[in-house]
Design a protein around this ligand. Structure first.
Ligand code: DAH
Length: 362
């Protein structure tokens, strides 16, 4: 014969479940908890009766009691969730919570998924550091649109029609260059901002405001080229452009400006060199190299950071500036290259993948 206590427990279970199903607010739920799960509740009392159960049936009854306890707890939690009641304190969570309706408590603290305080991306930081160094040398910050036109990206930079730099395969044209005279494009270089700054200074001068001259600006920003992505190339990257226009500027000013910059940013030991080169918008033109370590385990080597030169008189004229009166120098560097050099980052893709394990090291 089965010990009657097992039947009693079956009855206790159905009674508990029926009452729980009817409980519709936090107070009733709490009373239910006290009645069935509380310290002086009915389950506890049944457990106290275990001592009277014959020895051979004790394991079965004990197991049933334990099972009921966990089932009751689970059922209570499920019912609370169903009703939107918060645990334990007998209150319905959140303002306006009505019995029987799930509700949200907006004052509850959220889960903390963060890996620590946030930080600015390394490219943003390097950009700001560069701007800061040039600001100390008297350069202001200028900017221009990323969606440019052929006139600012090419024509006024002395890059004539049929120049290889204009090949559709090397540029992100928005308009078909065969169908319109001024096709729009994603700028392929921040040199576009040189043109915009000069045009603006001339426009202001014409309206009686000479404050645009002399010019000393840096323009950091994104540029786009359909390059195949590898360790040193990306279809989008950042450049910082520099432009100085004044009376009597020479190549010596350019060189000392770049040397100052390199030493301020990379330290007094920084080694730089200029190699003769060619750009349509500068004459003479040079490649600017620095000796840097790209991998912590490798010796420093010469790395090309960008181009520079004296602004071509043709460019000055096209922007409305008299090359007899003014001269200037310009430069354009890759910000990723500078960041990779400064922080010994071996692969440009690491800068765009946004892997927190990488970002939080910097
Ligand atoms: N715009 C050039 C490029 O993207 C870099 C450059 C070269 C900028 C010479 C300049 C310059 O301002 O004078 O390759």
């Amino acid at each position: 014969m089965l010990w009657p206590m097992l039947q009693e427990l079956d009855q206790l279970e159905s009674e508990a479940r029926a009452k729980l199903a009817q409980a519709a607010d936090a107070d009733t739920l709490d009373r239910w908890r006290q009645e069935f799960l509380g310290n002086s509740g009915r389950l506890k009392a049944a457990m106290g009766n275990l001592k009277d159960v014959p020895k051979d049936q004790k394991p079965a009854v004990g197991a049933r009691l334990n099972q009921l306890k966990s089932e009751f707890e689970e059922a209570l939690t499920a019912r609370r969730t169903e009703l939107g009641a918060t645990g334990g304190n007998g209150q319905v969570g959140g303002q306006g919570g009505r019995p029987g309706q799930p509700c949200l408590d907006p004052t509850e603290p959220g889960l903390n998924y963060s890996t620590g305080p946030g930080r600015r991306h390394i490219i943003t930081r390097v950009r700001d550091e560069l701007v800061e160094v040039f600001a100390r040398m008297g350069f202001q910050v200028a900017s221009g649109p990323e969606l440019e036109d052929d006139e600012h990206n090419f024509v006024k930079l002395n890059i004539p029609a049929h120049h290889p730099a204009r090949e559709p395969i090397d540029n992100y044209f928005i308009d078909d260059p065969r169908k319109t005279d001024r096709p729009r494009m994603l700028r392929s270089q921040t040199s576009t901002v040189q043109v915009r700054v000069m045009e603006d200074a001339v426009r202001r001068l014409k309206s009686g405001d000479p404050s645009g001259f002399p010019i000393r600006v840096v323009a950091p920003g994104r540029v786009y080229r359909p390059d195949t992505v590898d360790a040193t190339h990306s279809f989008m990257f950042h450049q910082i452009e520099g432009l100085a226009i004044d009376r009597g500027l020479s190549m010596a000013d350019l060189k000392s400006c770049l040397l100052h910059f390199a030493r301020a940013y990379f330290g007094p030991e920084a080694e730089v060199r200029l190699r003769p080169s060619y750009f349509p918008f500068t004459e003479p033109s040079a490649e600017f190299d620095m000796k840097i370590r790209l991998r912590p385990d490798q010796p420093a080597r010469w790395v090309e950071l960008g181009g520079c030169g004296m602004v071509d008189p043709a460019v000055l004229s096209m922007c409305g500036i008299d090359p007899e009166e003014w001269s200037g120098f310009a430069f354009g560097f890759g910000i990723e290259r500078l960041a990779m050099g400064k922080y010994a980052i071996p692969d440009i893709r690491m800068l765009f993948e946004n892997d927190l394990r990488f970002l939080t090291q910097l």
